[in-house]
Write a protein that binds this ligand. Structure first.
Ligand SMILES: *Cc1c(COP(=O)(O)O)cnc(C)c1O
Length: 394
């Protein structure tokens, strides 16, 4: 199996699994218990918190463990909204192509009377800083813009966004689930007030993540319960998950330069080779994107059929986000960068990892054009395009 769906989730590394094993077996004490077994779990918990803080250039007090990226996004946004409401500030700025964990939380707030401005991301998948600055008003309580997009991999000018927010005294949250462990993240240098991350996107386990919130930001609880996470998130801590996440993040940060160099080389090979398929087009900026992200539209085909045939050929690919696949709506991300509906349906996302080899990529480069050609031969839409009854878009 050739696994190229690493933006969906990644393989748990051996190193993370090894770190977790004791806490899945003999070290099962509850970190809130006073006996020595509990205290060993508590120690593992706090060491993991320190390690993760160091990787982000944060302080351990600013790290809150959650169940993953979605929960962190929800808690960050709802906390900022509640803080804003206290000062009669009920305006939020975001972008059109955020993850649904952000977009659906914002929709909920809109129903409660908040106003949300969704910034355009233009054809290259990157916001304009002027648009951001002119959208900020006296009522703005939060800017939430993702670090890197999960479908097309484009990277936002995070530091510049952070600086603008700081200048105007507005809280800045970033969904950095695709960025952490893949590109350099430094919450101080990049002026980030709140940040979401998730372990399973960097070879850690599923169901565990972090919300970083700068000291002084009062979080709203999503889960009431015990005094865990300084009273901000109840529930017995998932020590094995937390320890595995910390190990995976330390590894990812250490290997970052080397891995991204290798991924960039393979990604560019994909872009160059598959870009030769007639009537195809890369989605998102070619350079300002994650080193592991390839996303292209092929005219005249259905992305879903392409995926199924690639699966038959042993290739795990995706047409976009894991959450929208299976639904017939075209990706909101591709629509946001201006792809018309009929083109947005024919997308292919291939996301690499440190385990991806050149042989695998060479096989994909051979297979994808064959499958695209096969599908086009059977497509009535393609027939119309070829006969000139319809105009090519790409
Ligand atoms: C995967 C992902 C999430 C959701 O994270 P979970 O840990 O699966 O809840 C949120 N945002 C982005 C950008 C993602 O890629």
């Amino acid at each position: 199996m050739i696994y190229l769906d690493n933006a969906g989730t990644t393989e748990l590394s051996k190193s993370a699994l090894d770190a977790m094993m004791p806490y899945l077996t003999r070290e099962y004490g509850n970190a809130s218990s006073l006996h020595s077994s509990g205290q060993r779990s508590k120690e593992a918990l706090e060491t993991a918190r320190e390690d993760i803080a160091k990787c982000l250039n944060a302080s351990p007090r600013e790290i809150y463990f959650t169940s993953g990226g979605s929960e962190s996004d929800n808690q960050a946004i709802l906390s900022a909204a509640e803080l804003g409401a206290k000062k009669n500030k009920k305006h939020i700025i975001s972008s059109k192509f955020e993850h649904h964990a952000v977009l659906h939380t914002l929709k909920k707030l809109e129903k409660q009377g908040y106003k949300v401005t969704y910034l355009d991301v233009y054809e290259n998948g990157i916001i304009h800083l002027d648009d951001l600055e002119s959208a900020i008003t006296e009522e703005t309580c939060l800017v939430t813009i993702m670090f890197a997009n999960n479908e097309i991999g484009t990277i936002q000018p995070i530091k510049e966004i952070g600086e603008i927010c700081r200048k105007h005294g507005v809280l800045f949250h970033t969904d950095a689930v695709q960025a952490v462990g893949h590109i350099n993240v430094d919450v101080k240098d990049q002026c980030i007030d709140m940040l979401s991350l998730s372990a399973h996107k960097f070879h850690g386990p599923k169901g565990i993540g972090v919300l970083y919130a700068k000291q002084g930001i009062l979080l709203t609880n999503l889960i009431e319960g015990g005094a865990q996470e300084r009273g901000r998130r109840g529930g017995t801590e998932n020590i094995a998950g937390i320890v595995g996440m910390a190990q995976a993040l330390k590894d990812a940060v250490k290997e970052l330069d080397e891995v991204s160099k290798q991924e960039t080389k393979l990604r560019d090979k994909l872009i160059e080779s598959l870009g030769k398929i007639p009537h195809s087009s890369l989605n998102g900026d070619a350079k300002l994107r994650l080193s592991n992200n390839f996303n292209m539209c092929f005219e005249g085909i259905e992305g879903e059929s392409l995926l199924l045939l690639l699966d038959d050929a042993g290739i795990c690919a995706s047409s976009g986000s894991a959450c929208t696949s299976g639904s017939l709506d075209p990706s909101h991300v591709l629509l946001a960068i201006g792809r018309p509906h009929e083109v947005a349906h024919g997308s292919l996302r291939l996301t690499l990892s440190k385990y991806t080899t050149e042989e695998e990529i060479d096989y994909v480069i051979k297979k994808v054009p064959e499958v695209v050609e096969y599908l086009r031969k059977m497509s009535p839409v393609w027939d119309e395009l070829e006969k000139g009854k319809k105009q090519h878009i790409l």
